[in-house]
Ligand binder design. Structure first.
Ligand code: ATP
Ligand code: MG
Length: 189
């Protein structure tokens, strides 16, 4: 399976992707984690990305699509993967589509997690990452509604979209995801 998770900051993409990757035994690829790791290593990519991340802004499309394209070429992606945090713009989504079309490996499903803004702000405040400061969170939420939210319609148009309520305990949310993924696995076979 090739699955994309989309959703606003703090909705739990990371947590749920992690669980789903264990359940399906496929890779979890988080672009946020990849960028934080690159920054930790002080690579050119990491230093460039950090300038955007620190402001709560998106890293430019060209940087992200190169990063993901290279990652998807590695052999460990052959058995499937979960993309967490990519695509985040229509440009990224279109580039990904082209890439996957060339390889004849289309996406299986797009899981869109949602929660209301108050809940997101509350969760992010409790997390304490450097980019979780209130004024930065405001920018990240704004980037989400301006650039990422349009992907919901984009993937609905492709018939790939599955909406998931992201409130409740992580276990409750995962139970919803598992139901959907189990259904897809059945109709896929
Ligand atoms: P979660 O739902 O797991 O809480 P998150 O919104 O906290 O997710 P990450 O996915 O970890 O955040 O991303 C952190 C930052 O990395 C983003 O705010 C953005 O600056 C940058 N980033 C990550 N992925 C992308 C992408 N595909 N395009 C542009 N910027 C990205
Ligand atoms: Mg994350």
């Amino acid at each position: 399976m090739r699955i994309v998770f989309i959703g606003p900051p703090g909705v739990g993409k990371g947590t749920q992707s992690e669980r789903l990757s264990e359940y399906l035994r496929i890779l979890h690829l988080s672009t946020g984690e990849m960028l934080r790791q690159a920054y930790h290593e002080q690579s050119d990519l990491g230093l460039l990305a950090q300038e955007h991340i620190a402001q709560g802004r998106l890293v430019p499309d060209a940087v992200m699509t190169d990063l993901v394209a290279q990652r998807l070429e590695l052999g460990d992606c052959r058995r499937g993967y979960i993309l967490d945090g990519f695509p985040r713009t229509l440009g990224q989504a279109e580039t990904l589509d082209n890439l996957l079309r060339l390889r004849d490996t289309p996406l299986t499903a797009v899981l869109a997690l949602d929660a209301n803004t108050d809940e997101l702000v509350r969760r992010l405040a409790g997390r304490g990452r450097a980019d979780d400061k209130p004024e930065i969170v405001r920018n990240r939420l704004e980037e989400y509604s301006r650039q990422t939210a349009p992907l919901v319609d984009y993937y609905r148009g492709q018939g790939l979209l599955q909406m998931i309520v992201g409130t409740g305990t992580p276990e409750e949310v995962f139970a919803r995801i598992k139901d959907i993924v189990d259904q897809i696995a059945h109709t896929d076979a």
